[in-house]
Write a protein that binds this ligand. Structure first.
Ligand code: HEM
Length: 213
């Protein structure tokens, strides 16, 4: 039986204040930095381990409705540099989304090497940990890559685990499992970091237009 209603058009009433309705994503809102990232990436001679510095901006957007499905979320941009290098090491944009009615958490990610993914998981509003996954070949929570990446560096799965630390920072581990052409074993492209807040988030556009009180 489908978990979805017959009426696919009627929308729920949404709050204009996204920051008050983000559930577990509230703790991600703001601007974050760290110089202590570790990346394991595929190179011809084997895995390469690099340190990196990272800045992530996560700002609230106005509530979004897919008919009755009501989502609150954050738009993010991640920018990563390797020490001593000016060229971008990794760049990523997308949204973190929360559906209060079901506890569904989603992350969309878009990487400028021609790759997009939609990862999903479930959590409670006061969760201290989030786990989201996406699988290649899935039409719901999947991964889509360029024809070259499919040929040479096929991405079979993506998993992100976030832990909210008692001091207000949060840590992530990303596992992107690649099938690298010419290699028998899957390659686990792993990134991890702990992010420290450097600025609070601003209000979402509707909250700015209609201040409370
Ligand atoms: C903190 C996050 C990440 C960092 C710092 C990072 C960094 C890197 C680096 C340095 C390479 C090697 C690039 C080269 O040799 O030219 C690489 C390869 C790759 N990454 Fe990531 N990555 C991150 C996250 C991701 C994610 C989330 C995905 C996909 C969901 C992804 C997909 C790939 C793929 C498919 C390759 C192989 C393609 C290639 O080497 O040209 N990466 N990554």
């Amino acid at each position: 039986m489908s978990p979805f209603p017959e009426d696919i058009y009627t929308e729920q009433e949404a709050s204009p204040d996204t920051l008050a309705n983000l559930g577990p994503l509230r703790r991600l809102a703001g601007t974050w930095e760290s110089r202590a990232g570790i990346d394991i990436n595929p190179k011809p001679d084997g895995p390469q381990r690099r340190e990196y510095s990272e800045r992530i901006v996560l700002e609230p957007i106005d509530a979004q409705s897919n008919g009755p499905q009501l989502l609150y979320g954050l738009r993010y941009h991640t920018h990563i540099l390797a020490p001593g290098e000016d060229a971008t090491f990794h760049d990523q944009t997308g949204y973190w989304l929360w559906e209060p009615a079901t506890g569904l958490v989603m992350q969309t990610l878009s990487i400028p090497r021609g790759q997009v993914a939609l990862a999903a998981g479930h959590a409670s509003a006061d969760a201290t940990e989030l786990v989201l996954t996406a699988q290649r070949g899935q039409t719901e929570y999947g991964i889509c890559s360029t024809a070259f990446l499919e040929y040479a560096f096929r991405t079979d799965s993506y998993r992100i685990e976030i832990v909210f630390n008692p001091d207000g920072s949060w840590s992530y581990v990303l596992d992107t499992v690649l099938r690298v052409r010419g290699r028998e074993e899957p390659f686990v492209h792993r990134d991890r970091n702990t992010m420290v807040k450097v600025a609070e988030p601003g209000p979402n556009p509707l909250a700015l237009a209609r201040p409370r009180g």
